[in-house]
Design a protein around this ligand. Structure first.
Ligand SMILES: *Cc1c(COP(=O)(O)O)cnc(C)c1O
Length: 342
């Protein structure tokens, strides 16, 4: 079975398993795990921030960031299809007593400076005040689109002019950087904090990074503890995480494989395919007269798995456990699946 449900499904290779076994460890809640400390330093350098915090998941990284930037009862400005509002169980409301105001970021999922200014709410006797703007790059729900750094800068500057901090959900920010052929730190230049996942295209078994200023990370560390994310001998998982940081350039292979997959799928009668910019391929099944879940069931029977994204949209994700032949094979399976639907 070819598993293209997500880039999170990769299994650690031998080097990562060795890094786990051989990791020098200590109690990270006391700040004494040398492997975690090194990972945090290296990860902060990668995104050009003063400091970083190792967290168990991207969701925790985002939710800790949101909590750290805001005060109870404020509003958070976020894009309406963004992960932080769509796929995190309403965490901003549940964990941080915040209200969300969504902006429609259009096809690329990034609000304009004008939208940020219009969405901003000044605190007064009646209104809660805006406490944070969140952005997402690459934008998952929009099909892994790689937003240009200038557009992130522009939205961030608009927020800063209003005195609002900016958090970037950069679960796949390294994919965005590779797609734009710039260093990762260029993608995060104007934001105040960034979360990125080690456990997606970079291939680590577990973990994400939340980076920002020293002062921000010190407060985030307390909130990580509050949310139950204080870990002990975490070097065991941070060891492979350090190796994951070396895999940024390798993401170009996933992007190339996604392009090949998209081209092949576009040749299948009834499927329409969005041009991939990174490692995510969105396939619309409307032309087959069937919904995405029926198409995906047939795909799984044929030999390839994807996920349903919308009524008529399926997502396939390339990653380091699939190569060029695998994606060509995947497209053949999808073609067989469409035939079976008739
Ligand atoms: C995967 C993802 C997350 C959450 O990461 P988990 O480790 O699965 O909690 C957050 N934001 C985006 C855009 C993602 O794709």
């Amino acid at each position: 079975m070819l598993d293209l449900r997500s880039d999170t499904v990769t299994k650690p290779d031998d080097a990562m398993r060795e890094a786990s076994r051989d990791a020098e460890v200590g109690d990270d809640v006391y700040g004494e795990d040398p492997t975690v400390n090194r990972l945090e330093d290296e990860a902060a350098d990668l995104v050009g921030m003063e400091d970083a915090l190792y967290v168990p998941s991207g969701t925790m990284g985002n939710q800790v960031a949101v909590r750290t930037h805001t005060e109870r009862g404020q509003e958070v400005l976020t894009e309406r299809e963004s992960h932080v509002v769509k796929w995190e169980l309403g965490g901003m409301a549940q964990l941080s007593t915040l209200q969300v105001r969504t902006l429609d970021g259009g096809e690329r999922g990034v609000p304009t400076p004008e939208q940020v200014r219009e969405g901003h709410v000044e605190e007064d006797l009646h209104r809660p005040g805006t406490g944070l703007l969140t952005l997402e790059n690459t934008h998952n729900s929009k099909g892994g689109v790689a937003i240009a750094p200038e557009r992130i800068d522009a939205a961030a500057e608009a927020a800063h002019d209003l005195g609002i901090p900016v958090h970037l959900d950069g679960a796949r920010v390294c994919n965005a950087a590779v797609a734009h052929d710039v260093p990762v730190e260029r993608m995060t230049e104007r934001v105040d904090s960034v979360m990125f996942c080690l456990s997606k295209g970079l291939g680590a078994p577990v973990g994400s990074i939340l980076a920002g200023s020293e002062e921000f990370v010190a407060r985030a560390r307390r909130n990580r503890k509050l949310f139950g994310g204080g870990m002990r001998q975490a070097g065991i998982i941070a060891g492979p995480g350090r190796l994951a940081l070396d895999n940024v350039e390798r993401l170009a292979d996933d992007h190339e494989n996604a392009r090949v997959l998209a081209e092949e799928l576009a040749g299948v009668e009834g499927l329409s395919v969005q041009d991939p910019e990174t490692n995510i391929v969105l396939v619309n099944t409307e032309g087959t007269g069937r919904e995405a879940d029926e198409f995906l069931d047939a795909c799984a029977e044929a030999g390839v798995q994807g996920t349903q994204f919308d009524t008529h949209v399926a997502r396939f994700c390339t990653h380091w456990d699939v190569n060029r032949e695998d994606v060509e094979q995947a497209a053949e399976y999808a073609s067989e699946a469409v035939e079976r639907l008739d």
